[in-house]
Write a new protein. Structure first.
Length: 304
């Protein structure tokens, strides 16, 4: 049954308060649970019936893999702590249907401990979750927006097209679950097609300097979803790019690895091309992709 959203984002008025000339940020990758998936979801099979085979038809569930569900803590010297995505809500560790609904809990398999909830992980780093001032949403798929309700004091920033796609009828069939994010919080949307939106580096689809100091930028990378966006950060000695699901795998940055599900294939490959061109221009940049089971264990606990 379609559940309409009861809230509507206001336009983002950037920059947000807290910018500081020359600011650099600290980045903490946070593993916020895992979800089991067929390998074909990340790399689509070729040949006939590729869609059902990619979704696991004819393949034993013992061959499925555990996908890391990432979120990121960013510490800004003046704006304070913020997040990129929210990971799984802590209730997923106990009863997934409370957060994903009966259908989502029935068709997905989760692996999570209570300690992987972001509230717990933030407190372990000496941060009060109520002090999180901004949450940058790469997109609103249920594995990224599950924990929205945990941060009522934050300003949530989303692409306007993403909100529209997530709240349309049949959104559940495209990976969205409106009750996860339908809260009367401070939602702000970016219209990347507005005349005052500029490009940045190789990202021609638009970019927003969140605090006006160059330390945290959003770049439009649609294709995986209608309004997907990635995050560019300035660390003390290099830049960092969080691709979100614009690329699931590190290997996808070098090879044409076709994921099974895309909102728009043309936009997907265009966004990936822009990411690759950026990495050619910034070869020393740290890059963290969306759900790479091999890359995640190699990540450091903090990057400065």
């Amino acid at each position: 049954m379609f559940v309409a959203a009861s809230v509507e984002p206001k336009p983002l008025a950037a920059p947000l308060p807290g910018g500081q000339t020359g600011a650099t940020v600290r980045l903490h990758p946070l593993l916020a649970g895992e979800m089991r998936a067929p390998p074909g979801l990340l790399e689509a099979p070729s040949g006939p019936l590729k869609q059902p085979r990619g979704l696991g038809l004819g393949r034993s569930r013992s061959d499925w893999i555990w996908l890391p569900i990432p979120a990121f803590l960013i510490e800004h010297p003046a704006a304070g702590p913020m997040l990129v995505d929210t990971g799984f809500h802590p209730s997923v560790a106990l009863d997934p249907k409370r957060n994903f609904g009966r259908l989502g809990a029935a068709i997905n398999t989760f692996r999570m401990t209570p300690e992987q909830g972001l509230h717990h992980q933030l407190r372990a780093r000496g941060i009060d979750p109520m002090d999180v001032g901004v949450v940058l949403m790469t997109h609103l798929h249920s594995d990224h927006a599950s924990g929205v309700s945990e941060f009522p004091n934050a300003t949530f920033v989303v692409d306007k097209r993403e909100w529209e796609a997530a709240t349309r009828p049949r959104g559940v069939l495209r990976g969205y679950h409106v009750p996860q994010f339908d809260y009367g919080f401070d939602w702000r949307s970016i219209d990347y097609e507005a005349r005052d939106i500029d490009s940045f580096a190789t990202f021609g689809g638009g970019s927003v300097d969140v605090f006006g100091d160059g330390s945290v930028r959003l770049v439009s990378t649609p294709g995986h979803t209608a309004g997907h966006q990635s995050v560019l950060l300035r660390l003390s000695g290099r830049e960092a790019l969080l691709t979100g699901d614009a690329s699931y795998l590190e290997r996808g940055l070098r090879e044409d690895v076709r994921p099974l599900l895309m909102d728009d294939e043309h936009h997907y490959w265009r966004s990936l091309k822009e990411i690759r061109r950026y990495l050619e221009q910034a070869p020393g940049a740290l890059v963290i992709t969306g759900h790479d089971t091999e890359a995640w264990p190699r990540l450091e606990s903090v990057y400065e």
